[in-house]
Ligand binder design. Structure first.
Ligand code: HEM
Length: 155
């Protein structure tokens, strides 16, 4: 793998993950609140996450594999990268940890709540997911700016 392939993989992962969060938060969420009552809305979100989260896992694998490949195989380790790469790396790891938490904690609770028709619990779980995705979307957008424009002001 060379630089152009690694960067392509990296960017496709970033676009799928951050773009997907933007669509979910900015378009699907307000539309679902407007159109659907709680039971349907909670079931919709479970189905949406079941479709979207495998892509997030794939994106994370692509981002990590390509990012570390660039750093260790192509540019000679973290010692030779700019500050913007360190910040990208740190924010990326935080984003991944938040996603793992969403996946294994509130998303699990949402599925269980839907299965037992406990709409109150499902609403709580969805609310936690909403807050964590709002944070991750914000971090994702900041990380993209740092990763691209950052080289001109964070060297
Ligand atoms: C967490 C582990 C990550 C590692 C190890 C990593 C590493 C890298 C490396 C080494 C580059 C090439 C830098 C250069 O060409 O000077 C790069 C580029 C890039 N990364 Fe990451 N990255 C990570 C996560 C992320 C995340 C989470 C995002 C966005 C949400 C992101 C967005 C970008 C973008 C947009 C570029 C292209 C920069 C450009 O060529 O203009 N990265 N990354």
């Amino acid at each position: 793998m060379t630089m152009h392939l690694a960067l392509t993989l990296h960017i496709l992962g970033v676009v799928v993950w951050v773009g997907g969060m933007f669509f979910a938060y900015m378009a699907l969420r307000p539309a679902a609140v407007k159109v659907l009552q709680a039971p349907f809305r909670l079931r919709l979100w479970e189905a949406v996450f079941n479709k979207f989260f495998p892509w997030v896992w794939l994106s994370i694998i692509a981002i990590l594999a390509s990012g570390y490949f660039i750093i260790f195989a192509l540019i000679g380790g973290f010692g030779s990268t700019g500050l913007y790469v360190h910040i990208m790396h740190g924010l990326g790891i935080i984003m991944m940890a938040l996603f793992f938490h969403v996946y294994f904690a509130p998303f699990n609770r949402l599925k269980k709540a839907n299965a037992t028709e406990s709409w109150g619990l499902g609403g709580d779980a969805l609310n936690q997911i909403r807050v964590l995705i709002a944070i991750n979307l914000t971090l994702g957008l900041i990380t993209i700016v740092v990763a691209t424009a950052g080289r001109y002001f964070l060297t």
